[in-house]
Design a protein around this ligand. Structure first.
Ligand code: HEM
Length: 340
C-alpha cells in the first residue's frame, strides 16, 4: 500500500512538472519574436544596400553624427589606407633611388678651382636662424605625419600597442604645436628671400646648361639659381597649401563640412609626401651633393671660388656694392683653408 502511494506521488509529481513546462514553453518560445536582437542590424543592412549609406535621426545637436557611413567616406578611407601610402612610398623611395644613383654616377660636385681661402658672407645669422628653425619643424612634422600614414603598418608591429600609442600621442602633440613655428618660418622665408627668387631669363639658360650639376658647366646665376628658386617656390606654395589644409584638419568643421574635411586631408597628404620628396633633393645638394654648399647655411660664409663657380653674377653684384676688399675676408674656420 505504502509502495503504491509512493508510485502515485511520483506519477502526480511528474505530471505536474510536465504541465508546468508545457505552460512555460509557449511564453519562452515567443521571446525571440518580441525582442529580436538582430532586427536593427537587418534594417541597417537593408538601408545600406538600398541607399548606399547608413544614416538616421539622432537627438544630439551635431547632426553630422547621424550619418554613420556614406559612399564618400568609403572613398576617403580607401584613399587614406591605400592610395596615399602608395603615392607616398613611390614618391619618397623613387627620390631616394634617384639620388643614390646620381651620387654613384656623378659623385660630389667639387670646386673645380679649389678654395681661394677668401670668404664672402652669404646668409646672415637671422636668415640662418629662420632656415634651421623651419627645417627642424619640417623634419619633425614630416616624421610625425608619416607616422599617421605608415605607422600602423610599420611601427605598430615593432613597438606593440602600448608603445605605439604613446609614441603616436606625442607625435600628434608635436605635429599640432610645431605647425605654428613652421608656418611662421614659411612666411618669414617667403618675405626675406622673395627678391632673389623671381624667375628671369638667366634661369632658362641655367636649366639648358644642366645647372652645373649635370655635366661640368658653370652657368651664371645671381644670388639664387633656378634650382634654388624652384626649392623656394616649393617651400612657399607647398608650405601655404600644407598649412591651410593642416589648419582645416586641426580645427575640424569650423570652416567646412565633412566633404571639405575629406578634401583637406587628401590635399594635405599628397602635398606632404611630394614636399618630403622635394626636400630630400634639397638636403642632398646642400650636404653630400655639392662641395662647400653646407657652409652657406652652417657658418653663413662661402669660399669666393664657390661663389664664382655657382653664383658668378651675385659675386659681381656684391663686389660692386662695396668692393672685393669689403665683402671678402680671410677664413676664420679651418675648412676654408686653400686646397693647394
Ligand atoms: C602648418 C603646418 C601643418 C599643420 C597645421 C598640420 C596639421 C595636420 C593635421 C591636423 C593632421 C591630421 C592628424 C590626424 O589625423 O590626427 C595632419 C596629418 C599629416 N600631416 Fe600635417 N600639418 C602641418 C604640416 C605638415 C608638414 C610640413 C608635413 C610634411 C612635411 C605634414 C605631413 C602630414 C602627413 C603625412 C599627415 C598624415 C596624412 C594622412 O595619412 O592622412 N604636415 N597634419
Amino acid at each position: 500500500m505504502t509502495k503504491w502511494l509512493a508510485h502515485a506521488r511520483f506519477i502526480i509529481g511528474a505530471l505536474a512538472l510536465v504541465f508546468v513546462v508545457a505552460l512555460a514553453a509557449p511564453s519562452g518560445a515567443q521571446q525571440p519574436s518580441s525582442v529580436n536582437p538582430t532586427a536593427s542590424s537587418v534594417k541597417e543592412d537593408q538601408l545600406f544596400k538600398e541607399m548606399n549609406r547608413i544614416s538616421g535621426r539622432c537627438s544630439i545637436p551635431d547632426q553630422k553624427a547621424c550619418t554613420i557611413e556614406q559612399p564618400a567616406g568609403r572613398d576617403w578611407r580607401e584613399f587614406h589606407q591605400k592610395t596615399l601610402p602608395w603615392i607616398g612610398a613611390i614618391a619618397i623611395l623613387a627620390m631616394l633611388v634617384v639620388l643614390v644613383i646620381f651620387y654613384l654616377m656623378r659623385g660630389m660636385v667639387k670646386l673645380e678651382n679649389g678654395r681661394s681661402g677668401r670668404l664672402i658672407v652669404r646668409f646672415n645669422a637671422f636668415e640662418r636662424g629662420i632656415h634651421w628653425m623651419t627645417a627642424t619643424c619640417f623634419i619633425v612634422l614630416a616624421i610625425t605625419g608619416l607616422n599617421i600614414t605608415f605607422g600602423k603598418q610599420t611601427l605598430l608591429p615593432l613597438l606593440g600597442p602600448d608603445g605605439f600609442t604613446t609614441w603616436s600621442q606625442w607625435g600628434k602633440y608635436a605635429h599640432n604645436y610645431l605647425s605654428f613655428p613652421f608656418t611662421l618660418g614659411v612666411i618669414v622665408i617667403a618675405l626675406i628671400w622673395i627678391a632673389g627668387n623671381i624667375p628671369n631669363r638667366i634661369d632658362v639658360e641655367w636649366f639648358k646648361r644642366g645647372g652645373g650639376i649635370v655635366g661640368h658647366d658653370h652657368p651664371p646665376a645671381y644670388r639664387f639659381n633656378a634650382g634654388q628658386k624652384m626649392i623656394y617656390w616649393i617651400v612657399v606654395l607647398g608650405g601655404a597649401a600644407i598649412a591651410a589644409s593642416g589648419y582645416i584638419l586641426m580645427f575640424p568643421f569650423y570652416t567646412t563640412d565633412v566633404t571639405g574635411m575629406q578634401w583637406a586631408q587628401v590635399a594635405h597628404g599628397i602635398v606632404a609626401v611630394l614636399f618630403i620628396a622635394a626636400m630630400l633633393g634639397h638636403i642632398y645638394i646642400g650636404t653630400i651633393g655639392m662641395e662647400g654648399a653646407f657652409e652657406a647655411m652652417g657658418t653663413g660664409t662661402v669660399d669666393v671660388n664657390w661663389a664664382r663657380e655657382h653664383h658668378s653674377l651675385w659675386l659681381e653684384q656684391e663686389n660692386a656694392k662695396v668692393g672685393p676688399n669689403e665683402t671678402q675676408r680671410q677664413p676664420v674656420h679651418p675648412h676654408a683653408t686653400p686646397a693647394e
